[in-house]
Design a protein around this ligand. Sequence first.
Ligand SMILES: [Zn+2]
Length: 300
Amino acid sequence: MSSVMDRVGALGKLVLKGGAVARGKESESKAATAKQPWEGGQLTPWTFALVAPNASAYTGGAGTNTWFVVNPHQTDEKKVGVVVDPGPYNHEHTKAILRHIDDHNLDIKAILNTHCHSDHTGGLSNLQEILMVPALSRLNLNLPDKGEIVIDGWRSGIEVVDIPGHSSDSVGFVIPEGHAMIVGDVLFAKTSTLINWPDGTLEDYMHTLDVLDEAIDRYRLRWFLMGHGEPSDQPHGLVEKARDHRLRRLQMVEDALQSGITETEELVDAIYRDITPKLRLFAQLNIEAQLQYLRYLGRL
Ligand SMILES: [Zn+2]
């Protein structure tokens, strides 16, 4: 049988390939410690990250994480799994994804997408054409808003959770047996995310933080796996930190407004004092999102 690498460039209709899973005993879930700096790799028995070579100021300094979610309790030679976020349109990264699939003898059933920004979807159609599997994405209008994506042979599938805010289309993927959730760009371990206003709103984002807190308890999550950079094994703490950060920023905007500053540019200068020119547009979008949220709250 030809390897995935042999089939690079092959086109064809979508087919689901078979696979079986053993219902073996739970193995000890020894999660690896995040590396410094983050270079990806096997993070939990269920999840492996491949980092795309697209790190820039616009990606928070870290390339896109392409996640492989593979059920470790399988006895078949080929291990059934999915790919989450194929990353940017980058030939080398797509080749690295295919190499990983070959090297680990994976039977990829589907490609999932956390949100439709090009650093996560740019490589999607190429990878789909090569793997000939369904690509579930809001870009393709075929990703359920919530509920379970059933994976052939898995005891429990992947749960979809609606988590807008960074963008209106952001979703999280819960791996219940792995006690992990892939959160896309909604949270980062070391930095705050962009509220990509007007598509993303702070109103949505603040609600999403509540949804994430609930999901952590419901699924007993131990890990948040990000779209960029290292994961976090302190999910509640990270949500709390994000909430505090947003409320503090909001207070700064209100204080600036009360001092007589009203123009967005001046608000950026007052609040994001050390912002680099490259990130100024992002700061403006965050300010616009905060102003809109204050209007929503009736405080402006
Ligand atoms: Zn991203």
